[in-house]
Design a protein. Sequence first.
Length: 256
Amino acid sequence: MAATASPLAVAGDGSLAGYWRFHRAVATAQLAAWLPAGRQVLVDISGPQGRGSAQAAKAGHTVLRVTPAEAAEGDGSAPSLRRWPAPGGTIATVTADRGNLRFLADGSADGVIADDRTLSRYVAAEYLAAEIARVLRPGGRLIATVDSLVLGMAVLAEQRHWAELTDLPSAEVLLIPWPDGTFTRCYGAQHLKDLCVEAGLKPATIRPRTVLSPSMVARVLRQDPGAMARLVKAELTAAADESFGIQLVVTARKPA
């Protein structure tokens, strides 16, 4: 089951509007660095805030964007496809469940984009990771973002769930409840590595989406609104401790 609430909304703070702009700019830069050369077929199963399809199409790729039935026309009983040209490449939108890729053939994609916490929105992430591995061709690549243990611990502490915090070191799966009754699945670096390996993918990198703190970024942008590019460059070159950040970004490859 997908979790509809966004931690960016839950953790959102109007005084940190500059940080969320920075967060989006970093996501754009990280995807740009991941995108393959040439024209390839990519599948985008990102959550509703993901903007990777347009960026990948602009870079010349053919992108299949999977959109759930509630966000598109149709009753979702069967995948339905719409296609339109985009600057540089093509975007096709299919109405289907992002967590079930059975409508895609084995080895049909060169890459999969699972941004905006897709593997956190689905409790049965092991199944989805296996489906991603199935549709990737040998040598195909994945980029995904998930909610981190840091975020999970912060939310549990805020909710005063002290017993659950004590059990964290031994937990294999950490589901965090949001106020609206949905859940998000939070990961540590080892959880992500295990998820990829068990699905048949080889992890390449795991790092926080952002290392620079929200308060520091917001303060710098208030003092110098033109500092965004310098902040993004600093973020991309910063040493990244896997234990930092409210989200983690993982890249992985299907062995050739």
